[in-house]
Write a protein that binds this ligand. Structure first.
Ligand code: SF4
Ligand code: SF4
Length: 502
């Protein structure tokens, strides 16, 4: 067994699938192929990712080819500045390694090789190569039959503007104080001379992998590959009900098509990594035909045991969130409306109705107030009758709920601490889903349960203005739906009339 390494010319994105096949085929012949591939600009989806949730379609469609890789993990914007390191080896070489351990092992080899080349780098779990917290690359691994397919995105140079336009970054990675601040979250490996640095790093990486496998490295020609026409970005199934769950391994989404209380079809997607290429598909098949009452148990029994940063209990909870949302939709009378209501239970022990029973405050975002209103950047509202926020204030006050306009990020922290100190167990909040996903640690720290109603219109994430928004300087107006807020509050009147009397 030898590590046979090569460097490709810049490939058409439509050739990447066949390139992965060629690497796997070479591995099945007994060697460890290792390629350094570069692609023309494209969006490269993770195996399980949903393009509608991860790509900014308004920019990508008709502008950028979209290819899908065999490994999971987050979707990437790739151009000639990114090298995709692709390797495969027999599973027998790492018989008892978990996915997490294998990714860490590969990540450590890459980071050490970079350090040996004088480039500061560390492996940061779950799967990043970083320098002082700034990203230099990511590692993705999947089992394909008897082979382990290893891929790493090595960021030798980064086109931040193209990246930000292409990918909806799932975590707190964007700053819209401009491209400069976003650029500070990345540390390109190549500095001012990416090609020269890459030419040094590739053979060093091959030698390091060979040393790790106690063998030699030889350079070869790249395999010949076919270009497959890439399908246009399609719109995929419209689910009856969906739920999402943020985990250390990424955001998991579950979409269900229902047939009279029974799962007709299921889909689990996200920029996540599972050991087996078919693990999530198998799980969704096990969900099909199962009644909603039984869904959580069925998921717990069939969920894959080896994944990065999430486990069976996360998948089972995701199923419960979907069932909860379906129940809320039935109560609201318009199922689609429940998709705009998100449940947050810190200990995962409260459903929608439990949280409604505990709601002791209403929090509203300043961004839904008109830009001309003198109360936009202040807490409070005299209910002048000129916007939906005033209506929300009226609905909350009618029920005896203290209502607060959150004016900036630090204000949110302060209000959550005050509510907790006052013994409030849960609140009803209006904010965009992106804020909840990216800043969930504010709520985790707050320790309170919450029901969030999504806002509509332009959010500061779609306009890429988060940083100014956190400081309370977002200048666009989001839309708040007082009709939905009222219907959610009415549910609490129906089920828990005591809230009105507190
Ligand atoms: S209802 Fe309140 S927030 Fe809306 S415009 Fe009037 S004062 Fe401003
Ligand atoms: S993150 Fe921006 S759009 Fe979302 S709720 Fe806050 S201010 Fe509004």
């Amino acid at each position: 067994m030898t590590v046979c390494w090569h460097e490709t010319p810049i490939l058409d994105p439509g050739a990447f699938h066949d390139y992965e096949r060629a690497i796997l085929e070479q591995a099945s012949a007994g060697d460890v192929p290792l390629g350094f591939a570069r692609l023309k600009p494209c969006a490269l989806l993770g195996a399980f990712d949903d393009q509608n949730r991860s790509l900014r379609r308004s920019f990508v469609d008709g502008h950028l080819p979209v290819a899908r890789r065999r490994t999971g993990g987050g979707s990437l914007y790739v151009d000639a500045g990114t090298t995709l390191m692709v390797a495969a080896m027999p599973r027998a070489l790492a018989p008892r390694q978990t996915l997490t351990a294998l990714i860490a092992m590969i990540g450590e080899v890459i980071a050490k090789t970079l350090r040996d080349q004088g480039i500061p780098a560390a492996f940061t779990a779950p799967n990043d190569i970083t320098d002082d917290g700034r990203k230099r690359g990511s590692v993705f691994v999947v089992w394909v039959g008897d082979q382990i397919l290893i891929e790493a995105a090595l960021l030798f140079a980064i086109d931040i503007e193209a990246l930000m336009k292409t990918i909806k970054l799932p975590l707190e990675k964007l700053s819209a104080d401009g491209l400069l601040a976003a650029a500070q979250r990345f540390a390109p490996i190549g500095g001012a001379r990416p090609s020269a640095v890459a030419a040094r790093v590739y053979p060093a990486m091959a030698a390091a992998l060979a040393t790790r496998l106690t063998t030699d490295a030889v350079r070869q020609s790249p395999p010949a590959v076919c270009i497959t026409p890439l399908p246009p970005c399609g719109d995929e199934l419209s689910p009856d009900v969906s739920a999402f769950l943020k985990t250390p391994g990424g955001v998991l989404y579950l979409d269900l098509l229902l047939d009279d209380g029974v799962v007709g079809a299921a889909r689990i997607v996200g920029g996540v990594q599972c050991a087996g290429a078919n693990d999530l598909r198998r799980l969704t098949m096990a969900m099909t035909g199962v009644s909603l009452d039984e869904l959580e148990r069925a998921v717990l029994a069939a969920a894959p045991g080896d994944a990065l940063g999430f486990d069976r209990t996360d998948l089972a909870y995701l199923a419960r969130l979907c069932v909860e949302r379906q129940g809320l939709g039935e109560r609201l009378g318009i199922p689609g409306d429940a998709e705009r209501v998100t449940l947050y239970s810190p200990r995962r022990d409260q459903g929608f109705l439990d949280l409604l029973a505990d709601v002791g405050a209403l929090l509203l975002p300043y961004c839904a107030k008109p830009t001309w209103c003198k109360w936009r950047h202040r807490d409070g509202c005299p209910e002048c009758g000129h916007c939906a926020v005033g209506e929300a204030y009226r609905l909350g006050r009618e029920r005896g709920l203290p209502v607060t306009t959150i004016t900036r990020y630090e204000h949110l922290h302060m209000v959550l601490a005050q509510l907790r100190a006052a013994g409030v167990r849960a609140f009803l909040g209006v904010c965009c889903t992106e804020f909840f996903l990216k800043r969930d640690y504010a709520f985790i720290e707050g320790g309170l349960g919450a029901l969030f109603i999504d806002i509509g219109g332009d959010t500061c994430y779609t306009l890429r203005a988060e940083e100014s928004a956190y400081r309370g300087q977002f200048t666009a107006e989001a839309t708040l739906d007082p009709r939905l807020l009222e219907r959610v509050l009415r549910l609490s009147d129906t089920h828990y009339p005591s809230i009105q009397n507190e």
